[in-house]
Design a binder for this molecule. Structure first.
Ligand code: LHQ
Length: 250
């Protein structure tokens, strides 16, 4: 049984983290499989949107802690460089939107993988915890990059140092996630978002993602140049010509 079953429908690729008895904690196999799913999404032009969610009552509890206690584990340095860092790079460099649908608890690296996605939504009963400080680690998987940018330095610092669990409603209020939905309509609401994205002009979305990422390291001057270049490329896409023609005709 795959630890990340994958299916594509309506141009949306759905990747499910699937070790529910371990709250979808990442072992090496699941992390490598997620990387390979993301590579498939990058290669397949028919896929316009990627959705990552979890099976059972969790999105992911982060690193499988029993695996790192195992004598055969390759060492913490390799866990990050071989497993989590490539996942974050693959999500952020994919030229299509990645939606994280947080169906339950997201802890440790599980929470930070979620925050690296372009749109992060949660079910009302979901929660987030930067669980690292409890076990004497620092937040990884891009957490120290994304969380302060999303919620501000003070909140990020407190959440990370206290390992405080936040509800989906609190996460939305502080800007950690885009929205939460009542549990009963969570799946249908996530599907609606994905279908909407799949029907949007793909080039514009890809360049929007790229411009937002560039803003993290650019000065205003350089960001305006970046927008100019990307806008010219977006305006050269057939989708732009079609959509503008349709708008003007109407
Ligand atoms: C687990 C886990 C888990 C294994 C629940 N592993 N089994 C990078 C670099 C190098 C090294 C380390 O890691 C990293 C990245 C990281 O992600 S570090 C952070 C790792 N994650 C955590 O510290 C979270 C640990 N889990 C928890 O604190 C709780 O399980 C949470 C708050 C997520 C959920 O609590 P509950 O709802 O009370 O569930 P539970 O604790 O009863 O868990 C259910 C089962 O899942 C249980 O197994 P069992 O056989 O007793 O039913 C847990 O042992 C297992 N599980 N998380 N990370």
């Amino acid at each position: 049984m795959s630890s990340t079953p994958f299916n594509v429908a309506d141009h949306v690729a759905r990747i499910t983290l699937n070790r529910p008895e371990k709250l979808n904690a990442f072992n090496r196999e699941m992390a490598l499989e997620l990387q390979s799913r993301l590579d498939s999404c990058a290669r397949d032009a028919s896929i316009k949107v990627v959705l990552i969610t979890g099976a059972g009552r969790a999105f992911s509890a982060g690193q499988d802690l029993s695996e790192i206690c195992n004598a055969e584990n390759p060492g913490i340095g390799k866990i990050l460089s071989e497993l989590y860092n490539p996942i974050i790079h693959k999500i952020t460099s994919l030229n299509k939107p990645v939606v994280a649908a947080i169906n339950g608890i997201a802890a440790g690296a599980g929470a930070n993988i979620a925050l690296s996605c372009d749109i992060c939504v949660a079910s009302k009963s979901a929660s987030f915890i930067q669980a690292f400080s409890k076990i004497g680690l620092i937040p990884d998987s891009g957490g120290t990059f994304f969380l302060p940018r999303l919620v501000g330095w003070q909140k990020a610092s407190a959440l990370m140092m206290l390992s405080e669990k936040v509800t989906a409603a609190e996460a939305m209020q502080m800007g950690m996630i885009y929205k939460f939905f009542e549990d009963e309509v969570f799946e249908s609401s996530v599907n609606e978002i994905c279908i909407q994205l799949a029907n949007m002009p793909a080039t514009g979305l890809a360049y929007t993602k790229r411009a937002l990422q560039a803003s993290f390291h650019n000065s205003l001057h350089n960001q305006l140049i970046e927008e100019d270049e990307l806008q010219q490329q977006a305006a050269g896409s057939p989708e732009f010509a079609q959509r503008v023609r349709a708008f003007v005709k109407k």
